[in-house]
Design a protein around this ligand. Structure first.
Ligand code: NAP
Length: 322
C-alpha cells in the first residue's frame, strides 16, 4: 500500500510517500480502508521524536482515520466489513490502517469522511477536558487558547453549547474573526495583546473559571494570573514550548488548580469514551458543533500539510486524502 514513511527524525521534509506492507488484521483489530486521515499537532512532534510515543524508524505517522471497514479480526463484535467508521489508531497516514475495535466509531451517514477524520482526537479532547477533567456549567467562563485551531474551534462550540462564556485567544485577526463566527464571546489576539490583562478587564478583575492551554511556555504562568478563585487550568500540550516548572505554592493564593490531560486516559475507559462520542455526535446532529475542514491535502503532500500546521497558518482541521 501507499503510505507516508519517514526513516529519520527531522523537519517536514522527512515525510515521503512510499510503499509499506499492508497491515495484517489481528485478533481484536479492525482493518480500515482510509478515505480521510486526520492531521494532529501531535504528528509534528512524533516526526521530531518529541511525542510521548517514540517512532520506530522507519515509521508511519498518524493517529486517526475515517473510512470503510475492510476486515475484522477474531473477537470483534458489532463491526463488519463495509461499515463507515472513524477511528483512533496508529500509522494512519496510509491507504489502510488498523485500530483496536474499542477505538472504532460508527460514522452516521450525515457525517462525511473528512468530518469523520476531524472528530476522534480533537473533538473528544475538547469534550473530555470540559466535562470529564472539569465539570463546565453555564455560569462559568473559559479561556480557549489557539481558539481557531482543531481542538480550539471544537472547544469553543462545545463550551458555548453548555452555556458558558468563552474567551478565545489567537495569533491573527483573521483567526479572531473565525473564532467569533464559531461562537466565542470575546477573542484576544495574544500576539499583540496581553491576554491575562485583557481577560481581567473583560471579567471585571475576577478572572476565568477554566483555561484550556496547549501552548505551554508562553501562556501557563500568565494564565494562572487570570484564573478566578478555585479556577482550573488544564495543560494538554506544548505547541509554544515546554512550560517552566510550576511553583506549587503559587496555587495557594487563589486556591487554584492545574491539571494535565491526555486523551489516551479516556480512551482506555470504555463508558466515559463512548459517552463522549455519543454526546459530541449529538451536538453535531443538532448543528451546535460544526467541524471546519481548514484544508485537505493529497497523501503525497503530508510534508506540506505539516509545514502549514507548524507555520501557525492553519485553521480548523487539516486532513490527508489517500
Ligand atoms: N493532550 C491531548 O490529548 C491532546 C489531544 C489533541 C491535541 N493536543 C494538543 O492541542 C494542541 C492543538 O492541537 P491541534 O491538533 O488542534 O492543532 P491546531 O490547534 O489546529 O494547530 C496548532 C496551533 O497551535 C498554536 N500555536 C501556538 N504556539 C505555536 C507555536 N510556537 N508553533 C506552532 N503553533 C503554535 C497555533 O495557533 P495560534 O497561532 O492561534 O496560537 C497553531 O495554529 C497541540 O498542542 C496538541 O499537541 C493534545
Amino acid at each position: 500500500m501507499k503510505a507516508v514513511v519517514f526513516d529519520q527524525l527531522g523537519g517536514p521534509e522527512v515525510l515521503q510517500l512510499g510503499d509499506a506492507p499492508d497491515p495484517e488484521v489481528r485478533r481484536g483489530k479492525v482493518l480500515i480502508k482510509n478515505h480521510a486521515v486526520g492531521i494532529n499537532f501531535a504528528d509534528t512532534l512524533f516526526r521530531q521524536g518529541q511525542y510521548a510515543m517514540q517512532p520506530k524508524l522507519p515509521d508511519i505517522p498518524g493517529l486517526e482515520a475515517a473510512g470503510v471497514v475492510e476486515a475484522v479480526g477474531d473477537g470483534v463484535e458489532g463491526i463488519k466489513p463495509g461499515d463507515r467508521v472513524t477511528s483512533i489508531g496508529m500509522k494512519t497516514y496510509a491507504e489502510y490502517s488498523l485500530a483496536s475495535a474499542g477505538q472504532v466509531m460508527a460514522l452516521p451517514d450525515s457525517v462525511s469522511f473528512e468530518q469523520g477524520a476531524a472528530f476522534p482526537i480533537q473533538v473528544l479532547t475538547a469534550y473530555h477536558m470540559l466535562f470529564t477533567s472539569h465539570n463546565l456549567t453555564a455560569d462559568q467562563s473559559v479561556i480557549v487558547h489557539s481558539a481557531a485551531g482543531g481542538v480550539g474551534l471544537a472547544a469553543v462550540q462545545i463550551a458555548k453549547a453548555a452555556g458558558a462564556r468563552v474567551i478565545g485567544t489567537v495569533s491573527t485577526d483573521e483567526k479572531a474573526t473565525l473564532a467569533k463566527e464559531y461562537g466565542a464571546d470575546e477573542v484576544i489576539n495574544y500576539a499583540t495583546q496581553d491576554f491575562a490583562e485583557e481577560t481581567l478587564k473583560l471579567t471585571e478583575g475576577k478572572g476565568v473559571d477554566l483555561i484550556l492551554d496547549a501552548v505551554g511556555k508562553p501562556t501557563l504562568e500568565k494564565g494562572l494570573s487570570c484564573l478566578a478563585p478555585f479556577g482550573h487550568l488544564i495543560l494538554y500540550g506544548r505547541s509554544g514550548g515546554v512550560p517552566d516548572p510550576l511553583n506549587l505554592f503559587g496555587l495557594f493564593q487563589k486556591s487554584i488548580k492545574v491539571s494535565g490531560f491526555i486523551l489516551y486516559t479516556v480512551s482506555a475507559m470504555p463508558e466515559v469514551h463512548h459517552k463522549g462520542i455519543r454526546q459530541s455526535l449529538q451536538l453535531m446532529d443538532e448543528g451546535k458543533l460544526k467541524l471546519l475542514i481548514g484544508k485537505s491535502f493529497p497523501l503525497a503532500e503530508a510534508a506540506e500539510a505539516h509545514r502549514h500546521m507548524e507555520s501557525r497558518q492553519s485553521v480548523g482541521k487539516l486532513v490527508l486524502i489517500p
